[in-house]
Design a binder for this molecule. Structure first.
Ligand code: GLY
Length: 354
C-alpha cells in the first residue's frame, strides 16, 4: 500500500472507532489488502461452541444452500443442545428464573435482517429471526410479540429451563447477598455440596458463512447474560453490534459482554474495517482494542492495571473467505470449516491471563 493511501486508511479507521483511541490500535495492526478473488469454496466460522454448527453449515453450503439459511440451521444444533448453557434449550435464565433468548440473522445478497429479543418458550430463536427476515417488513420483534409470532409460525412453545440451569440459578440466588434470608452455601450446616461451580455467562453462538459465490450470511443467538434483569437485551439481536453482514465486504459477530459490544457497534465496525481493506484478524484486534480503551471510561469495568474485567470475543469473515478472531483476554478459540475441514483454532488476544 502506498504511504498516502496507508495514511488515508489509518485516518478513516481512527474516525470510525473514535479519534485518538483507535489511532494506536490501527497503527499496531498490520494492514493488508483485501483480496478481490472469491473463496475457492464455502467458508464458515463460529464461536468455539460452534464446531457442530460450522460442520453442518459447510455441508449445506456445499449442497447449494443459502448462506443465511445455512448458518441458522448450523446454530440450531447448539440451540437444541440442553448441555450448552449459553443458548436456546438449557440456557441460563434471568433474575426471575425465566429463560429469555436473543437472536439475529442477516442475508448478504438482499441486506435484509431479522431479529428477536427477550423471546420466551421457543428453542430456535435464530429460526424465528429468519422468519422475521423472510416474511415481514420489520427487522426486530421483542418479548410477547416475538413469542406470539413464533407460535403463529408453528414454533412449539416449550419450557427452556432445564434442571441443571434451574439449579445454577438457585445457587446464584442463594449466594446473592449474605444479608438476606437465603442461607449461603458456607452458612449451611447440611447439604454442603460446595464444590459445584455457579456458572455466570455471556456465552453465545455466532456463525458467519461465505458461499463459493461470495454471498454472505451471518447469525448470532444466545440466552444472554445469565441472571440478567428481565427484559435486558444484549448485543446478539442488535444489527451492527453482535452481528453484521455486508455482501460487498464481509460478515462479523461477537460473544461476551454485550453491553461493551453495543457501545462500540462491534460487528459493524469490523465489517467496515474489512471493507476498507483490513484483514479479518486485524479488524477483530482493532475492535477489541477500541472496546478495551473505552472500558477505561467506566472505572468499575477495569482492574488496577487499566485492563477490562470482562471479556469480549470477536469473529470476522471476509467476502474472499479470509477469517480471524480476537478476544480481550488470552485463551479464546473459534471454530472454522473450509476445504481443510472443520476445526478449532486459537484467537488473537490483547492481554495474557495471569
Ligand atoms: N453477548 C451476549 C450478551 O451479552 O447477551
Amino acid at each position: 500500500m502506498h504511504d498516502q493511501s496507508r495514511r488515508r486508511f489509518i485516518q478513516s479507521a481512527s474516525a470510525l472507532t473514535g479519534a485518538g483511541l483507535l489511532g494506536v490500535s490501527a497503527r499496531a495492526a498490520s494492514i493488508t489488502t483485501r483480496l478481490s478473488r472469491p473463496p475457492t469454496g464455502p467458508v464458515v466460522i463460529a464461536s468455539a461452541n460452534g464446531l457442530a454448527a460450522v460442520t453442518k453449515a459447510h455441508e449445506l453450503l456445499i449442497g447449494g444452500a443459502d448462506p443465511a439459511v445455512a448458518v441458522v440451521e448450523g446454530v440450531g444444533l447448539v440451540e437444541a443442545d440442553p448441555n450448552d448453557m449459553s443458548v436456546g434449550l438449557g440456557g441460563l435464565p434471568n433474575e426471575d428464573c425465566i429463560v429469555e433468548l436473543d437472536a439475529s440473522v442477516m442475508h448478504g445478497p438482499t441486506h435484509k435482517a431479522g431479529a428477536v429479543a427477550a423471546l420466551r418458550d421457543t428453542v430456535h430463536a435464530a429460526q424465528v429471526a429468519l422468519k422475521v427476515l423472510q416474511t415481514t417488513d420489520h427487522v426486530m420483534l421483542v418479548g410477547e410479540g416475538a413469542r406470539a409470532f413464533a407460535r403463529q409460525n408453528g414454533f412449539p412453545h416449550q419450557d427452556l429451563l432445564t434442571p441443571r440451569a434451574r439449579e445454577a440459578w438457585l445457587r446464584w440466588k442463594q449466594q446473592l447477598n449474605n444479608g438476606d434470608d437465603w442461607l449461603d452455601v458456607d452458612q449451611r450446616d447440611w447439604d454442603l455440596d460446595t464444590n459445584k461451580a455457579i456458572p455466570r455467562t455471556t456465552g453465545t453462538i455466532h456463525c458467519s458463512a461465505v458461499a463459493a459465490s461470495g454471498d454472505l450470511g451471518s447469525c448470532t443467538t444466545t440466552s444472554g447474560l445469565s441472571y440478567k434483569i428481565p427484559g435486558r437485551v444484549g448485543d446478539s439481536p442488535i444489527i451492527g453490534a453482535g452481528m453484521f453482514c455486508d455482501n460487498t465486504a464481509g460478515a462479523a459477530g461477537a460473544t461476551g459482554r454485550g453491553e461493551a459490544v453495543i457501545q462500540s457497534c462491534g460487528a459493524h465496525a469490523m465489517v467496515t474495517l474489512m471493507g476498507q481493506g483490513m484483514s479479518p484478524n486485524d479488524a477483530c484486534q482493532a475492535v477489541a482494542r477500541t472496546i478495551a480503551e473505552r472500558s477505561k471510561l467506566q472505572r468499575r469495568l477495569i482492574d488496577e492495571r487499566g485492563r477490562p474485567r470482562f471479556d469480549v470475543k470477536l469473529y470476522a469473515l471476509s467476502k474472499a473467505g479470509e477469517f480471524g478472531a480476537a478476544s480481550i483476554w488470552s485463551g479464546g478459540r473459534f471454530a472454522v470449516a473450509d476445504e481443510a475441514g472443520p476445526r478449532i483454532e486459537a484467537a488473537a488476544y490483547l492481554y495474557e491471563r495471569d
